[in-house]
Design a protein around this ligand. Structure first.
Ligand SMILES: Cc1cc2nc3c(=O)[nH]c(=O)nc-3n(C[C@H](O)[C@H](O)[C@H](O)COP(=O)(O)O)c2cc1C
Length: 174
């Protein structure tokens, strides 16, 4: 089972749309997957699931269990202020020890309104994931100008589709 993580809790996030699209691509490649949407995090999780409250928020625990039970992970990462969203870091900081990300394998997709496609966000996140012992696939797909790339929930851009196809093949073999 692969898990695709939509890495923001923003309502109407395009990350969720890209996650659903990625899930359809995985399904065409005959890979079973599910989407873990950080919008489902309890609104009070920073006060009820972290540090001294670790383990006591069942919804949060269920979400980290989804990570633990996954064979491979795909992170759909929006660019917020030149990096990845703070809610993702809080989610990672709330994970129990031993960290569920250790020894996992993942791929990353960056999305942004601007021209970077989350290049720095993916780089920052790679540092953290490597620190935690997770292996990050070298082929990272960046989607700049995301509002124009997605039309009716679909991505039609030939180059982006080719890169996603290559990434999925690499991730399956990873
Ligand atoms: C708090 C915040 C910060 C953002 N910072 C950037 C940025 O630094 N560079 C950029 O190109 N887009 C930035 N954006 C736009 C997002 O990249 C854009 O909304 C994109 O759709 C992906 O995010 P989404 O999943 O929330 O829709 C920002 C959006 C938000 C909400």
């Amino acid at each position: 089972m692969f898990t695709i993580i939509s890495c923001t809790n923003r309502k109407l996030a395009l990350s969720k749309t890209v996650s659903s699209f990625y899930q359809r691509l995985l399904s065409h490649a005959r890979v079973e997957s599910r989407v873990l949407d950080l919008q489902d995090l309890p609104v009070d999780f920073v006060g009820s699931a972290l540090y001294e409250n670790s383990g006591s928020n069942q919804t949060f625990n269920d979400m980290t269990t989804m990570i633990r039970e996954s064979d491979k992970l795909v992170f759909i990462v929006p660019e917020y202020n030149g990096s990845f969203p703070g809610v993702l870091k809080a989610f990672i900081d709330g994970m129990e020890y031993p960290n569920p990300l250790k020894d996992k394998k993942c791929a990353m997709v960056g999305i942004s309104s601007g021209v970077q496609g989350g290049a720095l966000a993916l780089s920052h996140l790679t540092d953290i994931f490597n620190y935690l012992g997770m292996h990050v696939l070298a082929l990272k797909v960046r989607m700049p100008g995301i509002e124009k790339l997605i039309v009716d929930g679909e991505i039609k851009d030939k180059l982006v589709l080719e890169l996603l196809d290559m990434q999925i093949k690499d991730l399956i073999a990873f």
